[in-house]
Design a protein around this ligand. Structure first.
Ligand SMILES: [Zn+2]
Ligand SMILES: [Zn+2]
Ligand SMILES: [Zn+2]
Ligand SMILES: [Zn+2]
Length: 408
């Protein structure tokens, strides 16, 4: 059951240098599979931007990231393999000039000549014992055909009520692999934290069965220890994503919302995503989490609205709240019948006068909720069936260095 209160408890001590070697519950690989990865390590370009297949590739000499295979274009011996330009780069440079290479087939995907980035990616799932982390597992399987051995799923499970809890030792095991083990130098991360939040306090559950919770900032500080932070910040302008799969109190109650804000402003992640629904059903996020990961990490399509436009099931369930280092954007779904102009009204399922079910569509509401605007490319008549998205943006005000100086 989601959204239940849980008493305030406390986290165990984080491992410090002098606690090393002392008696702590050790994680052993027989407990659970900590790392899931399969297949060969790949070079950073292996897929044809035309047919999405592999084969003999010719790399674009301009962007050095798009490649076309010798089935899509029949490259002769002398027809410019050395100065090959992909269609995207060619069109940027020269409009209405014949493309020097002749395509043998049309593309095999929705986008024309996308980037297909196969550089290594780690999915780190950190979840409360007993809560499924299926969005992480599904995302792993969704991306594996593109990335093979350049993808790993790491499964860290916590229950801080259990004295045999070995979260620290799981964490240690993971950090070691990123620092000097098999994932040394990997620098792209999708982190997914799955736990409940207390509806009254916004605190995050740290034990199953509603037996304990702590303020969100405490759990974040516990998880994102210095060594982990250093790994997340390996790329100067990192493209990491953090999905917080938790009931809505996390992003709506002021103190926990502040904790997410503070985390976002630390730039460990390019994006931090939360969901507003108090009775949160993670299953509704599956498609979104998968689509977001493949668009963002593989195809380099980074505009969130393009992904949301295909997510009416998610939109009907919850707002999506995007925390960037400087802004918080709330995305809200609209539908002419089910949610007119983005407003919740029981009129959409029942006539308020005669109580007939599904009798009319409410047409009286003509105003968007205060502060909201239509997202890029959206309007009330757009996407009637799928519904269109609106959003509102709040700026994150930088904190002063002296906490006592802080005023609202
Ligand atoms: Zn919950
Ligand atoms: Zn091809
Ligand atoms: Zn190119
Ligand atoms: Zn009626």
């Amino acid at each position: 059951m989601c959204g239940a209160p849980a008493p305030r408890t406390s986290l165990p001590k984080t491992p410090s240098n002098n606690s090393r070697g002392k008696k702590v519950a050790k994680f052993t690989s027989s407990d659970r599979l900590l790392f899931t990865t399969a297949g060969d390590r790949l070079p950073s370009i292996v897929w044809c931007s035309g047919c999405r297949d592999g084969g003999k590739l010719v790399l674009c000499t301009i962007c050095k990231c798009n490649a076309i295979c010798s089935v899509c274009i029949e490259f002769g011996i002398n027809d410019g393999v050395d100065n090959f330009k992909c269609p995207t780069c060619f069109m940027k440079e020269s409009k209405n000039i014949p493309y020097p290479w002749k395509f043998q087939s049309c593309g095999a995907g929705r986008e024309n000549w996308p980037k297909i980035d196969t550089s290594p990616l780690a999915i780190i799932s950190i979840h409360l014992q007993g809560m499924t982390d299926s969005p992480s597992i599904l995302t792993y399987h969704h991306l594996a055909p593109w990335l093979h051995g350049n993808l790993v799923l790491i499964d860290l499970m916590f229950n801080f009520d259990d004295p045999k809890n070995n979260f620290n030792s799981q964490m240690e095991c993971m950090l070691h692999e990123f620092e000097e083990g098999q994932f040394k130098d990997w620098s792209r991360f999708l982190v997914i934290i799955t736990t409940h939040s207390d509806p009254d306090t916004g605190f995050l559950h740290i034990a199953p069965g509603n037996t304990g919770s702590v303020p969100a900032n405490e759990l974040f500080a516990f998880i994102f220890q210095e060594r982990f932070r250093n790994i997340l910040q390996r790329q100067e302008k990192n493209k990491n994503i953090l999905n917080l799969l938790s009931c809505g109190a996390l992003s709506s109650l002021p103190s926990s919302r502040d904790a997410v804000k503070d985390l976002a402003s630390e730039k460990l992640f390019d994006r931090v995503l939360c969901f507003s629904q108090p009775s949160f059903q993670p299953s509704f996020t599956h498609r979104f989490v998968m689509d977001l990961a493949s668009n963002y990490f593989i195809l380099d399509r980074i505009n969130l609205i393009h992904i949301l436009q295909e997510q009416q099931t998610l939109g009907a369930h919850t707002d999506v709240i995007l925390f960037n280092p400087k802004t918080i954007t709330t995305f809200h779904w609209t539908h002419p019948g089910a949610r007119p102009m983005g407003n919740y009204t029981p009129d959409s399922i029942q006539c308020p006068a005669c109580l007939l079910l599904k009798s009319t569509s409410p047409t009286s509401i003509s105003q968007l909720p205060e502060g909201f605007n239509w997202c890029q490319g959206e309007d009330p008549t757009n996407g009637l069936e799928r519904g269109a998205w609106i959003s509102t943006v709040e700026a994150i005000v930088a904190k002063t260095s002296d906490d006592k100086m802080e005023v609202n």
